[in-house]
Design a protein around this ligand. Sequence first.
Ligand code: ZN
Length: 248
Amino acid sequence: MWADTHCHLDTLTEQEISRAVSADVTRFAVAGVTGCTKEAETLAEHHEEVFLMAGIHPLYIDKTDKTALELVHQIAATQPKCVAIGEIGLDYFDKGVDRNRQKDFFRRQLEFADDLNLPVSIHLRRAFPDFLEIIKSTPAVTVVMHMYSGSAEFARQLQQVLPRVFFSFGGPAIRADARKTHSVLRILPFDRILVETDSPDLPPPGMSSPNVPSNLPRIGAGIAAILGMGIKDFEILTWNNAREVFQW
Ligand SMILES: [Zn+2]
């Protein structure tokens, strides 16, 4: 069985859940972008396979206010199917969003994770030094680098400061030209690797948009090939790693 450790199921049709389950994808962590949507909560209520994350994405902080942070904390503290804080982090690619405000939202949500003993799902683009500086202050938190696109060197640095850091990969990792990501995969300890779709975004090569969770086995097979590992072994490995992180 496969675990999709980061997706946006609440923006897809409900039938994608049964399609994915038929493809042996039987765990979903639905990432929050502006907190946690009612749609996501309803899906989690109706489907035992669906779990939630609550979080404010760095590029959405302007669309929220301080009460949104309180809501993230409240959902994370009280919703039984909420298994993580996410997606949170820093994104300096889009220059329109104030960096200090991004850092403030990120720090606050990391503190929630630390207090509530929940893992975090990290969105990070073009902000590696600031990210490292902030994340160092909560070394006990389990950190999942969602759709990791950094270097092997940065992955090593993260492992030095974070005893519980995991790296999650999706469609872009199995592109033939994704050499940087392939080199990261080859240096990571196997027990730190997760898979995800980030659907409806980032369909794997050869698949049309929108991306859907039933594409996950195809992504898994591609990554297993890069690692020179059997598909079944990789499936079991990533399933166990996901359970270790999300405790579902
Ligand atoms: Zn996402």
